[in-house]
Each structure stands twice: as C-alpha cells, then as structure tokens.
Design a protein around this ligand. Structure first.
Ligand code: AR6
Length: 230
C-alpha cells in the first residue's frame, strides 16, 4: 500500500518495525495498540495521504473499492443501473444479486428512463463489507465543453448529500469517470477533491471520505492535487 507507519519516540519520528505493525494490524486492544494506531495517523499525514477538513478526514488510498469497510461505497455506474465493467462490474460480482434486484426496483419506481448523469441513488451493500452502495453516473469525456466538469461535480455532490440524508458517516469513492468514460484524471481529481472539500466545510456531518485509487499512478495524481487544493 505504500503507507508509512511512524511513531514519536523521545520527540523524534521513528518508522515502525514489522512486529509493531503486526500489533496494529491485529488490533490488539491495549495501550500499545493505541500507540500504534496514533502512529499510523502520523505516518499517513507524513506520507501525504490524509487531510483534515473541518471535522472530517479525507484519505487517499490505493486499493479495491469493494474491500472498503466504510458505511457506503460509491459505484461508478451507468444510466441503466444494470451493471457493467470496471468498478460497476466488481461491485455487482462481489456484492451479489441483491444489489441488482434493488437497482431494478429503483429503475421501475423512480427512474424508468434510467438514472441521469450526475444523479445518485442508494441500495444495500449485499455481501459487501460496506452496508450501502451509492450508485451515481459520471459524465463521458467529450473534450470538456459539454458540461463534463459540472456533471462530475454533481455526481460527487449528490452522493455526499445522499449519505448525509441517510445519517451515514463514512463514504469511499472511486475515481469517477476516469476509466471507461475517459475523463482525464488530472482534471477529474481536482474536481473530485474540490467538491468534497467544499462540501465538508459546509456540512459537518461526515467523519471520513476515502478516495480509493486503483493504481499507484492514480494515487500519486490525487496526492499531488490534494496537496494543492486542501
Ligand atoms: N476499485 C477501485 N477502483 C477501480 C476498481 C476497483 N475495483 N476497478 C476499476 N477502478 P470505471 P467510469 C478504477 O471504468 O470511467 C462501467 O462499465 C479505474 O481504474 O469503473 O466512471 C460502468 O457500467 C478507473 O480509474 O468507471 C459504466 O458504463 C476508475 O476506477 C462505465 O464503466 C473508474 O473506472 C463508467 O465508467
């Protein structure tokens, strides 16, 4: 994961040994563990992966969105809500048929012509660790002059509004639109981070927003943007 673990020892920052990391990973309920848990936070800050906005944290991690244990994870869906490739395919595969059943119900009752770009709906998480999935549709990149920036910001904003309206506290996003929909990630990352930051500054109801980037390259782009924006 490339996450660095540190702790403060006699006023100096020291990287954790492997055995100390194990303690942390095993979640041993002891003073020792609490010390290492704090150490992780120091380490992540130092590695530039964690940012504070008002009461909430924004975390940037490399990983698989389907593995996240946040209250909700966000699906980079398409208007049909019937599944697809990329994040969408992975969520439906791992989450099981319950998610698709609920999406079919949403289509039948709320959005018979499909979910418009920028809107968001919620389903349960099926077999996933996350209890809820927010399905939103990002814009397809058409050169940037067809309202793509506004629509991408709407997709993030409507997802955030929805989790807050359900009383949820933590959410994980993939890098919306930057796969099959070909939105240039340097531009998309800035919109994603700006939208989340501005939302967290106004609404103090969330504890944590995680951006789950699939590759180290994508993570580095988000880190660079976050350092400038947050
Ligand atoms: N976890 C985290 N990120 C992932 C994962 C994963 N498991 N899998 C891919 N990514 P995409 P889009 C990254 O294509 O561009 C689908 O077919 C990926 O590397 O999933 O919004 C839908 O049905 C990329 O950086 O979403 C739609 O038709 C980012 O997630 C269409 O694709 C988004 O890639 C949506 O396209």
């Amino acid at each position: 994961m490339g996450t660095y673990f540190y702790r403060i020892e006699s006023g100096k920052i020291r990287e954790l040994r492997e055995s100390e990391r194990q303690h942390r990973n095993n979640k041993i309920a002891s003073t020792l563990y609490r010390k290492y848990e704090n150490a992780m936070i120091v380490g992540e800050k130092m590695a530039g992966n964690e940012f504070q906005v008002s009461k909430a944290k924004i975390l940037l991690v490399k990983g698989d969105i389907t593995e996240q244990g946040t209250d909700a994870i966000v699906n980079a869906a398409n208007s049909t809500l019937m599944g697809g490739g990329g994040v969408d395919g992975a969520i439906h595969r791992k989450g099981g048929p319950k998610i698709l059943e609920e999406c079919k119900r949403v289509r039948a009752t709320e959005w018979p012509d499909g979910l418009p770009t920028g809107k968001a709906v919620i389903s349960s998480g099926g077999n996933l660790k996350a209890r809820h999935v927010i399905h939103t549709v990002g814009p397809v990149w058409r050169g940037g002059t067809c309202g793509e920036p506004e629509l991408l910001a709407e997709a993030y904003l409507n997802s955030l509004r929805l989790v807050v309206s359900k009383g949820l506290k933590t959410i994980a996003f993939p890098s919306m639109s930057t796969g099959a929909y070909r939105y240039p990630i340097e531009k998309a990352s800035r919109i994603a981070l700006t939208t989340v930051k501005e939302f967290l500054e106004k609404e103090e109801k969330l504890d944590k927003v995680v951006f789950v980037l699939f590759t180290r390259h994508d993570l580095e782009i988000y880190k660079k943007a976050a350092k400038e924006i947050i």
